[in-house]
Design a protein around this ligand. Structure first.
Ligand code: TRP
Length: 469
């Protein structure tokens, strides 16, 4: 395939700055692949089901879908467009575009906020991905074969109460991530994701069938798609919107960085729709696979929190034919999905240190990975020794998650919408999106200028106010 000859963005950045004629993904599919690899991750398989469960299902899911459509997709188009115009790491891209638009320097903060949010997310992302790594071995050794729901819950609780084990697996995952980012993005992960995402999808479908046959599928569908508005709070709406940013990898420059390598004439609109569609389908299928099992086992509650995936799925795999194999394979794939996302959490910061601070790719990775690892220890401890230590009702992990997903990503997303919608010259914006039809462009531009910022603004203010009042 021609794209494999392409220099990876990582290698480009490794050479220092990226002046004028710098390489691009050879086709828009390579971009779709990289962006989908970034988007589909723990957010879809682990986080979406458990936060939907905590927020009572239906109405939360509807708000989430609306946010994907009216905020996520339009902002993603804007991020790719900004990245492709700036053609540098997000911080320098924002610098360049700010100057181009003749604006104050403060707008650089968009790039900075994003890069910092990325490292904060990576810190706990590695901890959760570590659970998945640990579960590969547990599954393969038959620990869950024939286990009851209670026994599975105890195995999970034992893992959480053991900081040494959690740190070990967090460390392994972090090393895996750094190895890829040091080596380059496209050839390793790009190819892996292309093969593995379909397999992940097939495995999810197998689980779905298991759920339909042996779980309470009707109740799961009812839970996820009936709009019981009473269960929804403003705090939940804020969480749904934050998750729309999280799951599409928006608001921190990951997609902007990947957009910087997009070919000049690829159609941004369709490409982004493809990524958004795949991401949403994976999340919904994961929900439909997990909740039938939850409802068939009274000992697990839908609002069980971060452990939901790690309790409900082993029950299914432990009690189905071929569960040993499929179960191990499933957690391998969860790990890989997390892996291809994690690289996009650190790449923008790495690219910046190389471009502007003369770091080598290796030292940049070691420094940033080290920082994220140390911060991650706080999340590790919040599941055991520090479980009682809380700020405003959040433990450390919950606080990092809230601050990044519900505050920093929406805020950066809002600034991006305002920047692209109101501050860049309309001709510039139109010329980057020249391949879109007039109608499509006009609709997008209108939503980005009016609907997205107003929605984010209202949800943000109401959500924060209600969360803390
Ligand atoms: N989207 C990924 C997931 O759903 C996580 C992720 C990767 C991310 N890169 C990001 C989230 C950038 C926000 C910003 O698991």
């Amino acid at each position: 395939m021609a794209e494999q000859q392409q220099q990876s963005p990582a290698e480009v950045d490794g050479s220092g700055s990226v002046p004028g004629g710098h390489p691009v993904w050879s086709s828009r599919w390579t971009f779709v692949l990289a962006a989908t690899g970034s988007a589909v991750g723990l957010g879809n398989i682990w986080k979406f089901p458990y936060i939907a469960g905590e927020n009572g299902g239906g109405a939360f899911v509807l708000v989430y879908l609306l946010c994907i459509l009216l905020v996520g997709i339009p902002v993603m188009v804007a991020e790719v467009m900004l990245g492709r115009r700036g053609r540098q790491s997000p911080i320098n891209t924002m610098r360049r575009l700010t100057t181009e638009a003749g604006l104050e320097r403060h707008w650089h903060a968009i790039g900075w906020l994003g890069v910092i949010a990325g490292l904060m997310i990576l810190s706990y992302y590695a901890v959760i991905a570590g659970w998945a790594l640990n579960y590969i071995g547990k599954m393969a050794s038959g620990a869950f074969q024939g286990a009851s729901a209670d026994q599975v819950a105890i195995i999970f609780a034992d893992l959480l109460s053991d900081p040494k084990a959690l740190i070990l697996w967090q460390t392994v995952f972090m090393i895996l991530t750094l190895l890829v980012v040091i080596g380059g993005v496209t050839r390793g992960l790009g190819v892996a994701v292309r093969i593995l995402m379909p397999v992940l999808f097939v495995l999810l479908l197998i689980l779905l069938v298991f759920g339909i046959q042996r779980g309470d599928f009707a109740q799961a569908v009812n839970f996820l798609f009936s709009f019981n508005y009473e269960a929804l709070t403003w705090a939940g709406v804020l969480e749904a919107m934050g998750h729309a940013f999280f799951t599409l990898s928006l608001g921190m420059g990951a997609i902007m960085a990947y957009g910087a390598y997009m070919p000049e004439h690829a159609r941004i609109g369709r490409t982004v729709l493809a990524v958004g569609f795949l991401d949403t389908v994976v999340a919904l299928v994961a929900g439909l696979a997990i909740f039938p099992i939850v409802f068939a086992n009274p000992s697990i509650a839908p609002g069980a929190g971060p452990g939901l995936l790690f309790v409900s799925l082993p029950i299914a795999f432990g009690n189905m034919t071929g569960g040993l194999l499929f179960g191990s394979l499933f957690f391998v794939l969860v790990t890989l999905a997390a892996w291809s996302s994690a690289i996009s959490l650190i790449e923008p910061a790495v690219a910046y240190l190389i471009e502007s601070k003369k770091f080598t790719r290796i030292t940049a990775n070691l420094l940033l990975g080290g920082i994220a690892w140390i911060v991650g220890l706080g999340s590790v401890l919040s599941f055991n020794i520090w479980a009682e230590k809380q700020v405003a009702g959040f433990n450390f992990f919950e606080f990092m998650d809230f601050l990044t997903s519900s505050v920093m990503l929406p805020l950066t997303g809002l600034f991006i919408a305002l920047f692209a919608g109101w501050l860049m010259r309309p001709e510039t914006v139109r010329s980057e999106l020249a391949d879109e039809s007039g109608r499509v462009f006009a609709s997008w531009y209108w939503i980005l200028r009016y609907v997205s910022p107003i929605a984010v603004g209202i949800i943000f203010v109401m959500g924060l106010y209600k969360t803390f009042s």
